[in-house]
Design a protein around this ligand. Structure first.
Ligand code: 13P
Length: 252
């Protein structure tokens, strides 16, 4: 069956000393043979150092974004090769903050997904609707469009080595998480859409929920049959909260 995954997206937070304190606490209390897989995604500039701190632990390292291009004159960008070189196993692509603030299109996100897989990084593909989409009954349409861009460029088999994260934009950083049934409904929709192309891959594809997950609501979200873990923002910066979410995922 699908092993639960909990990934911490630190976004643009942290300092070297804060990171060291957080990682030290997480790895000292995280089992060597954990029931849930744990990934942390620090800002680019801290990847190498956090990777060093994680050495000898079971916690994996991920980045928050990647350039779609392989190399060249792209000032400020970071390639999949570089992420691999500093020890990343995962990379988030298509986070709504990048889709919205940096105007990343579905096609660009798909190219980033492909670039990551081309260097054996596991992409964590974020999809999710905005509040206006939900209110106008367009949630499925938006999520389908975001998912289909990947299926068209990379094919359904690409999802055998990827993670999907459903993150409704209205639930991110608002303290207002999706109700477990709302999350389940979209997760089941995503799985069914994959199954229409390949049922075997749909059955193993991990689909995480993200958006105001915290220790107090993790268990009920993770109890949903198609919710395979969480992509955690704010609560991933607090060791107690993050560890409690990991524990909830592990006892799912
Ligand atoms: P919050 O957990 O802070 O709502 O953020 C979710 C998120 O965007 C993770 O990628």
């Amino acid at each position: 069956m699908r092993r639960p995954i909990v990934a911490g997206n630190w976004k643009m937070h942290g300092t070297r000393s804060e990171n060291a304190r957080l990682i030290e606490e997480v790895i000292s209390r995280y089992p060597a043979d954990p029931a849930a897989e744990c990934i942390v995604c620090p800002p680019y500039v801290y990847l190498q150092e956090v990777g060093r701190l994680l050495r000898d632990s079971a916690v994996l390292l991920g980045a928050q974004d990647v350039c779609a291009e392989a190399q060249g004159a792209f000032t400020g960008e970071v390639s999949a090769t570089m992420l691999k070189d500093v020890g990343c196993q995962h990379v988030i692509v298509g986070h709504s903050e990048r889709r919205l603030l940096n105007r990343e299109s579905d096609q660009l996100v798909a190219r980033k997904f492909a670039a990551a897989q081309g260097k054996a990084l596991v992409p964590i593909l974020c999809v999710g609707e905005q509040l206006t989409d939900r209110e106008s009954g367009r949630t499925r349409e938006v999520v389908a469009r975001q998912l289909d861009a990947i299926l068209e460029l990379c094919g359904v088999r690409s999802l055998a080595s990827a993670v999907i994260a459903y993150e409704p934009v209205w639930a991110i950083g608002t303290g207002r998480n999706a109700a477990p049934e709302q999350a389940q409904e979209v997760h089941a929709f995503i799985r069914a859409r994959i199954a229409a192309r390949d049922a075997t891959i749909a059955a193993v594809a991990p689909i995480l929920y993200g958006g105001s997950v915290k220790a107090s609501n993790a268990a009920e979200l993770l109890a949903m049959p198609d919710v395979d873990g969480g992509l955690i923002g704010g609560a991933s910066l607090k060791a107690d909260e993050f560890l409690a979410i990991l524990a909830a995922a592990g006892s799912r």
